[in-house]
Write a protein that binds this ligand. Sequence first.
Ligand SMILES: Cc1cc2nc3c(=O)[nH]c(=O)nc-3n(C[C@H](O)[C@H](O)[C@H](O)COP(=O)(O)OP(=O)(O)OC[C@H]3O[C@@H](n4cnc5c(N)ncnc54)[C@H](O)[C@@H]3O)c2cc1C
Ligand SMILES: Cc1cc2nc3c(=O)[nH]c(=O)nc-3n(C[C@H](O)[C@H](O)[C@H](O)COP(=O)(O)O)c2cc1C
Length: 801
Amino acid sequence: MRVEVLGGGPAGLYFGILMRKAFPDAAITVRERNRPRETFGFGVVFSDETLGFLDEADAESAAEIRARFRTWSDIRTWFEGEWTVSTGHGFSALSRVALLEILERRAAALGCELRFEDEVRDPAVFLDADLVVGCDGVNSLVRERFAESFRPKVELGRCRFSWLGSDWPIDAFTFLFVESEHGLFQAHAYPYDGERATFIVETHEEAWRAAGLDGASDAETVATCERIFAGHLGGHRLIANRSLWRRFPTVTCERWRHENLVLLGDAAHTAHFSIGSGTKLAMEDAIALVAAFRAHGSGDVPRALAAYEEARWLDVAKLQRAAQTSRRWFESSRRYRAQAPVTFTFNLMTRSKRITYDNLRARDPELVAAVDREFRRAWRAGAHAAGGADVGEDFQLGERQGVAGAVGPSGVAPSPSPFNESRSQLLETEKVEDGLPAPPPIFTPFRARGLVLRNRIVVSPMCQYSAVDGEVGDWHLVHLGSRALGGAGLVIAEMTDVTAEGRITHGCAGLYERAHVAAWKRIVDFVHRSSRAPIAIQLAHAGRKGSMLHDWSFTDRPLTAAEGAWATLAPSPVPYDPSGPPPKAMDRADMDRVREAFVRATRWADEAGFDWLELHAAHGYLLSSFLSPLANFRDDDYGGALENRMRYPLEVFRAVREAWPAAKPISVRVSASDWFEESGAGTTAAETVVFARQLGALGCDLIDVSSAGNVPESEPEFGRMYQVPFAEQIRYEAAIPVMAVGAIQGADHANTVLAAGRADLAVMARPHLADPYLTLHAAAGYGVDVEWPDPYFPAKPRRGR
Ligand SMILES: Cc1cc2nc3c(=O)[nH]c(=O)nc-3n(C[C@H](O)[C@H](O)[C@H](O)COP(=O)(O)OP(=O)(O)OC[C@H]3O[C@@H](n4cnc5c(N)ncnc54)[C@H](O)[C@@H]3O)c2cc1C
Ligand SMILES: Cc1cc2nc3c(=O)[nH]c(=O)nc-3n(C[C@H](O)[C@H](O)[C@H](O)COP(=O)(O)O)c2cc1C
């Protein structure tokens, strides 16, 4: 078998080594344009968990690599004039030159032919080999030459960075966030041998230009960066090596193979340097490719290449996602300037979501305890919310608070409650004093207007499709009642429609008939009587997503006339489901009627005793479809520019706010993005920031941040906590408290989001379907003493039992 390897970096060399081990007869030529060990970059860092794969693949080179490693376990962060140290991490690094030297020696010893100073100019000339491996790095010629097959995409990061070295003697991963006269400069530094450290400098475009670094030579880069970081370097030097300022290119390819040619490493995919995994990915690619040949034999190249791609793409995609998230964090780091150093450090540690609150707590309990204390302190000082609405105060948790309390909304005392009995000994740990251990952030209360939530876990609204003619019944009583008993800080009842035509399905809940008020009141009264959870209603109109048949496989389709279809309303006469009839484009009379229906439902919701109201302006329902240019094609004052698309939703909000008691909070659920952020074709996060600001000015207390739903073509990047970045953007840019929702998979994620300052409340839907007692279970898991419903008291976990 004749193999041509184009590029002699870690991917190519490691592939050569492993392939010769697996197929000693293979004739392998590695073509590298540079001279031996003439390379860019300084050190290469690996996190602890990445090392096992090296031992398994080739123990000889792994032993040599290990022998050259510098290892450490601390991450030190300089922010706002303070060092914060996090421990319990495991890192190893070595110089890139040393790594290449080891791999080159081993490849040559195993019989690979290494041809240095051999620049490949046309990869096509090698296609007569049995196998061609394109591993010529981030600017791959091979990838460009066969771009039609690989269909590559390159997304450039917003920051500028330069890869430098230093003789700064550090013994930990070191992040420096330094405010210069030009703006924020951040350094990612780590030791890689006894004398040297990698020192990557990253900054925002404006600061980079202001510092005169556009077009800077290596010497100028060094001089400027030495000046900016002089306070830390203490006279030590920075070193350049073709340290051009670049924007990080994230490379993705739809395919990694073309006939007998395959891409490996940076040529196929890149991962931002802030997660230090590019070399690992490149070497893992080599392992997977050789494993595919082992499995399928050297005689069936296409099959082996297909198997390689199949085996690798998911892991690579996951890592690239984490790297993108990490890159974006550094691009947005300026927004965290007001955070306390310990919070900022937690935020930094958890930025890519690979480390969560619980992970970090296991690694570094002291740091997380400090984060908890700071969270509690900030709440008590009223300093939490970006918008300032979360006014902290020292209140006694033993007393029922706010409008969900002992006096009902209409001034009538609710029926006797088991919670009227004082059980202050169980609540002692909830009354945390400054300086003492604080519970995890989810157990810190939250105030909105006259209401105090005992904790920050929220049950997300979930349609139950079990109402009859809009009227809720026993199912809803048990469903909502058990979630309230489960200890959540707030329970939001499902999407409740303000008119009959505003329902999605025949089974949707409504508040459009008088009789609906009593049905809801029964549930609200139960929740108030039996739990400390306030309960919210989510008022909605389904718009063009109405008149659907619900089935329990959750694949709804438009109702037929025989099934009782009804006419729907929307901003424009375009159906959501192309197979359905077009909705009626609303005229002014329709708009007035629907707005008044929202107002009537608001008054009735107050009468039923709800503590909180959420206006549903998400998921493609009526208000959401007014906001989205993918559903709103009007050419009057309610379509076109954002200002016009917001007009009707804001009109409805204003009317609802006026009708809702001043002491009770209102949140608005939004689809922050239609997920066409690049083209800007749909609602964008930036537009939603503008909408959120306007809502805030009109008296909205929180934005509940969801996404998508306006058109079936939206493709959300699903993943853990995937909508949190939108929530965070709105929180900081619109200066309003937010609830985050979407794949927050339990208390650990909720704490991660809250402790980092990404949201004020953590909302969970499906986790609460699986576990109504999620909050009580979380409290038991963290050893936090919270109140249990009296009848369940015997089952409450107690210390020493
Ligand atoms: C600032 C920065 C910091 C980084 N830090 C880390 C880190 O700490 N840890 C980590 O794991 N990764 C890190 N990386 C990523 C890492 O450098 C790459 O992911 C890794 O080197 C990829 O290996 P590769 O073999 O695919 O590509 P490369 O290492 O780029 O090797 C490609 C080789 O192909 C050669 N070549 C290119 N074109 C031709 C041609 N036409 N003909 C012949 N030869 C050619 C090049 O000279 C080069 O030697 C960092 C990257 C950057 C930008
Ligand atoms: C069965 C079900 C019903 C839902 N009904 C509603 C609803 O009535 N209103 C709403 O805004 N979102 C609704 N959603 C969306 C959820 O509130 C939530 O935003 C989404 O499920 C993501 O959160 P999760 O990952 O915690 O499930 C529903 C979700 C599910 C699973």
